[in-house]
Design a protein around this ligand. Structure first.
Ligand code: BES
Ligand code: ZN
Length: 634
C-alpha cells in the first residue's frame, strides 16, 4: 500500500443521480426458535413467510427478459421442490411481483393465492400442489420500483451511452425480483437465462456459460448462468450494462464499464495473493472463480459478497490500492457468510463480524503485522465512537441483536467491529495456532449450512474451550455476544505507527501548526486514525491549517475525504462545502452519504443546504439509501 493521492479530484463521476422508488417500514419481532428436522434444521426466520418444514425450494431456474424501457424483468421462475409427506402447499416470498400464472411442469395451472401485504416483508404466495408435483413454473414480471433493482439511465453511468441495471438482494430484497423462499437458511442452487438488448453484457453471481453472450432474434443477446452450489437467496445477483472484463489472475478478474476498467484492474491487482492468503488460513476457496464487478457510483454499499462475483463501489478506487481491505472483506465472505451462513438476520454478526476478523487476517498476511494492527485499532476506534454515540449500555452494542425492524437498516457497524474484536480476543487468549485450527474446522464442519448464535457458541465450547473452566472464565463468551458494551478482556493490538500519530495529534492540539507535524510516509490508515483522534469540533484556524498543509479537501481517497468532511461540517468550515456537495452528488454509498446529511440536518445553517443538495441528488440514490434519507429529511 502507498500514500493516498492527495491532490486529485474526488471522483470524476459527477453524475446527477436518477429517480427510483420508495421507503419501507418495520417488520415484526424476531424469535430464535428452531424446528427440529431431518434436513439440516432450518431456524425460524421471522423475515420470511416460507414454511420449509412442509415444502422447500431446492433449485430456481430463471428465464427473464431485461426491458430497460419498461424497467422490468419479465419471464418465468421454475422452482424445484422438496415436499414433505402430506404437505399440499408451498409458500414463497414475493414483494411487488406481477404474477401471470403458476403451473406445474406440464403447463397445467395450479391454484395460488397472494396473502395480505406486509409493508416490509411483502406477500406470501401460496401454491396448492397436486400429489406428486415437484416442480412449479411461476410466470411474472417485476415492477419498475422493485427494491432490489436499480435501473440507471445512460447519464448515470460512467460511459453515458448505455443504460445499466443491478440488483442487491441482501437482506430481504431478492423477493422483489425472484418469487422464491427468501430466507438465509433455505439454500438453493440456481440457473438463469437472461435476454438483454444487443451490445450489453449480463453478469450474475454464478458461472458464466456464455461469457460473450449468444445473439438471438430481435436485436437481443442471451446469457446463460449456472450456480451449482446451494446458496441463500440473498446472494442471487445480476448486473447488465456496458461491462468490460479484464483478467487479473488464473482464477480472478474484474468487470467494469470500459472507462473504469484499467483503474479497477490496477486497484485489485493483488487479489490472487489475497485468495492464496485466505486459503492458507481457512481452507480451499470453494467457488471456482473470484471476479469483482465495479458498479456505477450509486451502488449503495461498499461491497456485496455475491458468490463468484463481488459487487464493489467505485469509491474504493483510490488509485493507490489503499482501500483494498474492502476486497479482503468481500472475499472473506466466501467462507463466513456464503459457505457458513447466518441462520436469521438477528445472527448477522456471524456473517459480518467473523468476516471482519478474517479480513484483518488477510490484510495482515499481505501487508504485515503493523498494517493489521493499524486496521484493527481503527476498527476499535470506530466501535468506541459508536458506543459513545448510542450509549455503552445500549442494546445496539450487542452482537446478537433481537431484530425488531428492518434488517435492511442494519446501518450499525457494531456487529462488524465488535465481532472482529471478539474473535481477536479469542485468538489472543488461546493462541493463533489453536484458534486458526478451530476456525478452519468450523468452516469445514458447517460448509453450505447455516449457523445461529447459540450454535456458534456451542461450537466454541465444544471445539475450543473443551471443558477448560479457567479458559471459559477468561473468554467471557456470553458477555461478548449477549451484553452491550466492550468486555474488559478486549485485546488491543499495539502499533508504534499509531503511537506516533497520537503524538502528532497531541502536538497539534497543543498549538503546533499542521506544517510542523511529522507525517512523512503516512499510510491512509494513519490519516484515518489522525482524523479520528481529532476532537469533533476544531477552530476555523485549525481546520485551515490542516487543509493548507495536507489538502484534505482535495483528496482522492474517499475514506479520508469522508472523515474530513465530517469534521468540516461539525465546525462549519466553509471552504470545504463545494467538495462536500460534489461528494454527495457524485456517489451514493450509504455509509458516506447518510452521516453527512445527518450532520448537516442537525445544524441550523446546514439544514437548507442538505435539502437543496438532496433535491438535486435524490433521484440518483439507490432505493435503500433514498428510503433512509427521505425519512431523515422530514
Ligand atoms: N454484506 C455486506 C453488505 C450488506 C450488509 C448489505 C447488510 C445489505 C445488508 C458487505 O459485505 C459489507 O459488509 N459491506 C461493507 C464494506 C465492508 C468493507 C465493511 C459496506 O458496504 O460498507
Ligand atoms: Zn460484509
Amino acid at each position: 500500500m502507498r500514500l493516498h493521492a492527495r491532490s486529485r479530484l474526488v471522483l470524476a463521476l459527477a453524475v446527477p443521480l436518477l429517480a427510483l422508488a420508495g421507503c419501507r417500514t418495520a417488520a415484526p419481532e424476531a424469535t430464535a426458535s428452531q424446528q427440529p428436522q431431518s434436513q439440516p434444521r432450518i431456524a425460524h426466520d421471522p423475515h420470511s413467510f416460507a414454511r420449509p418444514e412442509e415444502a422447500r425450494v431446492t433449485h430456481v431456474a430463471l428465464d427473464l427478459g431485461v426491458d430497460f424501457a419498461a424497467r422490468t424483468l419479465k419471464g418465468s421462475a421454475t422452482l424445484d421442490l422438496q415436499v414433505q409427506p402430506g404437505a399440499s402447499e408451498v409458500v414463497l416470498d414475493t414483494d411487488g411481483l406481477r404474477l401471470r400464472s403458476v403451473t406445474d411442469e406440464g403447463g397445467k395451472a395450479l391454484p395460488w393465492t397472494l396473502g395480505t401485504a406486509h409493508p416490509r416483508l411483502g406477500q406470501p404466495l401460496t401454491v396448492t400442489l397436486r400429489p406428486g408435483t415437484r416442480r412449479i413454473v411461476v410466470r411474472y414480471e417485476t415492477r419498475p420500483e422493485a427494491g432490489a433493482l436499480q435501473w440507471l439511465t445512460p447519464a448515470q453511468t460512467a460511459g453515458k451511452q448505455h443504460p445499466y441495471l443491478f440488483s442487491q438482494g441482501e437482506a430481504i430484497l431478492t423477493r422483489t425480483w425472484v418469487p422464491t423462499q427468501d430466507s438465509p437458511g433455505i439454500r438453493q442452487t440456481y440457473s438463469a437465462r437472461l435476454t438483454v438488448p444487443r451490445g450489453l453484457r449480463a453478469v450474475m453471481s454464478a458461472e458464466q456459460l456464455t461469457p460473450e453472450g449468444v445473439p438471438v432474434d430481435g436485436g437481443h443477446t442471451r446469457f446463460d448462468f449456472r450456480m451449482p452450489q446451494a446458496i441463500p437467496p440473498y446472494l442471487m445477483a445480476v448486473a447488465v450494462g456496458d461491462i468490460a472484463f479484464q483478467q487479473l489472475g488464473p482464477r480472478s478478474g474484474v468487470y467494469a464499464e470500459p472507462s473504469v476498467l484499467a483503474r479497477a484492474a490496477y486497484e485489485f491487482g493483488e487479489v490472487e495473493q489475497m485468495m492464496a492468503a485466505a486459503e492458507r488460513l481457512y481452507g480451499p476457496y470453494r467457488w471456482g472463480r473470484y471476479d469483482i464487478l465495479v458498479l456505477p457510483p450509486s451502488f449503495p454499499y461498499g461491497g456485496m459478497e455475491n458468490p463468484r462475483l463481488t459487487f464493489a463501489t467505485p469509491t474504493v478506487l483510490s488509485g493507490d490500492r489503499s482501500l483494498v481491505s474492502l476486497i479482503a472483506h468481500e472475499l472473506a465472505h466466501s467462507w463466513s457468510g456464503n459457505l457458513v451462513t447466518n441462520a436469521t438476520w438477528s445472527d448477522s454478526w456471524l456473517n459480518e463480524g467473523v468476516t471482519s476478523y478474517f479480513e484483518l487476517r488477510i490484510m495482515e498476511a499481505l501487508y504485515g503485522r503493523e498494517v493489521g494492527a493499524m486496521l484493527s485499532r481503527l476498527s476499535l476506534q470506530e466501535l468506541e465512537r459508536t458506543e459513545k454515540e448510542v450509549g455503552e449500555q445500549s442494546p445496539q452494542t450487542q452482537l446478537y441483536v433481537q431484530l425488531k425492524g428492518d434488517p435492511e437498516e442494519g446501518g450499525s457497524r457494531v456487529i462488524y467491529e465488535k465481532g472482529a474484536a471478539f474473535l481477536q480476543t479469542m485468538e489472543e487468549t488461546v493462541g493463533r495456532e489453536r484458534f486458526d485450527a478451530f476456525l478452519r474446522s468450523y468452516f469445514d464442519r458447517h460448509a453450505f449450512q447455516s449457523m445461529d448464535t447459540r450454535g456458534f457458541l456451542a461450537e466454541v465450547r465444544e471445539h475450543l474451550v473443551k471443558g477448560d473452566a479457567a479458559l471459559e472464565q477468561k473468554l467471557q463468551l456470553d458477555e461478548w455476544v449477549y451484553r452491550p458494551g466492550l468486555p474488559a478482556n478486549v485485546y488491543r493490538p499495539q502499533t508504534d505507527r499509531f503511537a506516533h500519530v497520537e503524538a502528532q495529534v497531541k502536538a497539534f492540539l497543543g498549538g503546533a501548526p499542521a506544517s510542523a507535524l511529522k507525517t512523512q510516509g503516512w499510510l491512509t490508515q494513519e490519516w484515518q486514525y489522525f482524523l479520528g483522534l481529532l476532537p469533533r469540533e476544531l477552530t476555523p484556524a485549525q481546520l485551515a491549517s490542516l487543509d493548507g498543509t495536507f489538502h484534505f479537501t482535495q483528496t482522492g481517497n474517499s475514506e479520508v475525504l469522508f472523515a474530513w468532511l465530517e469534521k468540516t461540517i461539525a465546525s462549519r468550515y466553509e471552504p470545504a462545502l463545494p467538495a462536500l456537495e460534489h461528494f454527495l452528488t457524485s456517489q451514493g454509498r450509504g455509509r458516506f452519504v447518510r452521516p453527512l446529511y445527518r450532520a448537516l440536518m442537525d445544524r441550523d445553517w446546514g439544514k437548507p443546504l442538505a435539502q437543496r443538495i438532496y433535491a438535486e441528488a435524490r433521484t440518483g440514490y439507490h432505493p435503500v439509501v433514498m428510503g433512509a434519507l427521505d425519512k431523515m429529511m422530514n
